[in-house]
Design a protein around this ligand. Structure first.
Ligand code: KMT
Ligand code: NI
Length: 191
């Protein structure tokens, strides 16, 4: 399973683990309650380094194809977070780490390297999710989150999407946004 933990309140280095002392782990079940889904598929074969729309190899991987079919992720491309491969690298990294939501799921399959997605729990505490090659994660529409590379500074990921991709972040505060309100409805008791 993917390792996750509550973050220390003070973050000096966003690429560090920033655990609580003592460590306060977060289980896959707790993440699922927040709408965060996870799978693990060993990446097979080579992937292009640039962020290009991409099809053939992922479709040949039956495990990935099954998840894509079940979840409706009919779009895929590859993003490589490194100074050489990512245009406008420094600004992009800054934007990734701004707390935001999207009006769709954010789905990432780590092919090489590693990185952290941070998500807010129901009490607005940060949970850090450590991703390594083979980890596939889906953040639900409307969850507050952010991304950073770790101290190794390299993440190559497949971005998956339903339909025509929209990557636009809606920075916090976004409490009135329809996607945020939809997300929060999952925590309302049924009348
Ligand atoms: C995002 O939207 O935060 C990203 O695409 C980050 C790089 S992919 C792990
Ligand atoms: Ni995002």
């Amino acid at each position: 399973a993917i390792e996750a933990w509550y973050m220390a309140t003070e973050v000096k280095d966003q690429t560090a683990e920033n655990r609580m002392d003592p460590n306060q782990p977060v289980s896959p079940d707790e993440l699922r309650d927040l709408g965060v889904l996870q799978w693990h598929i060993l990446p097979k074969g080579e992937y292009p380094a640039k962020a290009v729309p991409w099809e053939p190899k992922g479709m040949q991987d039956p495990d990935l194809a099954a998840i894509r079919a079940a979840r409706g992720y009919n779009y895929a491309d590859i993003i490589t977070c490194s100074e050489e491969c990512l245009p406008d690298y420094h600004n992009k990294l800054k934007a990734f780490f701004e707390e935001h939501i999207h009006s769709d799921e954010e789905v990432r399959y780590i092919l090489n390297g590693s990185g952290y997605f941070d998500v807010r729990d129901r009490e607005d505490r940060w949970i850090r999710i450590a991703l390594n090659a083979g980890d596939l994660i889906a953040l639900p529409e409307g969850i507050y989150h952010r991304f950073t590379m770790d101290s190794k500074n390299f993440t190559q990921a497949m971005r998956l999407f339903k339909g025509v991709p929209v990557w636009t972040p809606i920075n916090r505060p976004a409490d009135q946004h329809l996607s945020r309100q939809r997300y929060q409805q999952r925590f309302q008791p049924l009348e």
